[in-house]
Design a protein around this ligand. Structure first.
Ligand code: VNL
Length: 391
């Protein structure tokens, strides 16, 4: 046992040594490997994050602490096998200093062991299952967690006339988190969960599920689907006349995603969601961010994925500055922990213990502003830590 451990440790040390020697050749560069779904079902997430990362670089320069920042973008099609191969290639061949991105939970989890073995910081900018940060001590998250935003809805709904609910979630990590944490809090507040429905992540057909919800006739349907899938749910919800049958939709903000919201039509008006970012967040920092983002990307409105990418770049840049360009993986990671700053979403910090982001969570209602649909914030819960780690 001891001997085996010794050999394993020696192997890893050799790997680390060869990597640090190789990276010395590239010592005037600082490379960020950005692994994102640029094609396929989650492509909007990749598009948003890449655009935001490039905006951050345009605004803050591509030389930091004497290092030239190089962004290497790779498309993993949100497929964990591909993520793993790309992370391996980026770490071993390209000798990146940081891996970042990760549009979906399985992708973030697939890269985690490589981050650990090579001591490479892994900045998760999108994926939002609570447990992700526990998959490697080298993970830092700039997005959010589903428990963080779902609990707020479990408090709001019963106080606002919603006594019975059916939950409908995408059947994987973040959906399971949303279902569990919304349900627990809603029931604690006296609400009744009539049924819990799970839809497949890949090419879901919502019709049979919504038919079931119609028959059960709860006060509201609570929904989580990942960014990019919200418009399809909304369309079928309205086509089936669920709202006219007296069933409200409540959801996490993934459903009324700013990337799609404006094309959902007036049927989406009045839908209440809980989330950490709205393009309509009324702060000077956000106004500047949205303006600059839209100037650089005229056909896009930044969504919560863009903000996760933008803030993730901030975390990397500031860690590089703090380590004066000298930092290896461990030093960079240490400099990422505890960062506190004003994000376009509001005030945030990276919890030094959990490496997860602590942030305000808002209740928002879809309203029309200047002829466009927005998630308009009407209440806030300050400084929310991920409740998934509270135990
Ligand atoms: C995840 C969570 C992905 C929330 C999402 O959109 C999202 C995930 C792509 O952890 O897989 O909105």
């Amino acid at each position: 046992m001891q001997r085996r451990q010794l050999i394993q440790t020696a192997g890893l040390t050799a790997l680390a040594l060869s990597m640090s020697l190789a990276s010395a050749q590239d010592s005037n560069k600082f490379k960020i490997g950005l692994i994102l779904p640029m094609t396929g079902q989650q492509a909007s997430t990749g598009r948003q994050i890449e655009a935001a990362a490039r905006l951050y670089m345009a605004q803050n320069g591509d030389t930091v602490a004497g290092k030239k920042i190089e962004l290497i973008v790779k498309d993993d099609v949100a497929t964990p096998d591909v993520t793993k191969r790309l992370a391996q290639e980026l770490i071993v061949n390209d000798k990146v200093n940081v891996i970042a991105g990760f549009g979906v939970t399985p992708a973030a989890l697939a890269a985690a062991p490589l981050a650990t073995q090579s001591k490479t910081p892994q900045v998760v900018m999108a994926a939002a299952t609570s447990s992700i940060t526990e998959a490697s001590p080298y993970i830092v998250r700039s997005s959010f967690t589903l428990p963080q935003v779902s609990v707020a809805m479990g408090d709001w709904a019963p106080k606002n006339g919603v006594k019975s609910v059916v939950t409908l979630v995408a059947d994987y990590g973040p959906g399971n988190d949303a279902e569990k944490f919304f349900t627990e809090r809603f029931q604690l507040n006296g609400g009744k969960v009539v049924e819990k429905l799970r839809v497949p992540l890949r090419n879901p057909d919502f019709a049979p599920f919504l038919q079931k919800v119609r028959d059960l006739k709860p006060d509201a349907l609570f929904v989580f689907v990942p960014s990019g899938a919200g418009a399809a749910v909304m369309k079928q919800f309205l086509e089936r006349g669920m709202d006219k049958a007296g069933i409200r939709m409540i959801a996490t903000g993934d459903v009324t995603d700013d990337d799609q919201l404006n094309d959902m039509g007036d049927g989406a008006l009045g839908v209440v969601t809980s989330h950490h970012y709205s393009a309509a967040h009324p702060s000077p920092t956000n106004k500047k961010f949205v303006e600059a983002f839209q100037k650089a990307n005229p056909k896009m409105r930044p969504n919560f994925m863009a903000v996760g990418g933008y803030d993730g770049m901030r975390v990397i840049y500031e860690a590089l500055k703090a380590t004066k360009g000298q930092g290896g993986g461990d030093a960079l990671l240490a400099a990422m922990k505890g960062q506190i700053f004003e994000s376009p979403r509001g005030p945030v910090y990276i919890d030094a213990q959990t490496r997860d982001i602590v942030q305000d969570v808002y209740l928002r209602k879809v309203e029309k502003k200047d002829g466009q649909l927005y998630n308009v914030e009407f209440d806030v819960i300050k400084g929310v830590k991920d409740p998934g780690k509270a135990k």
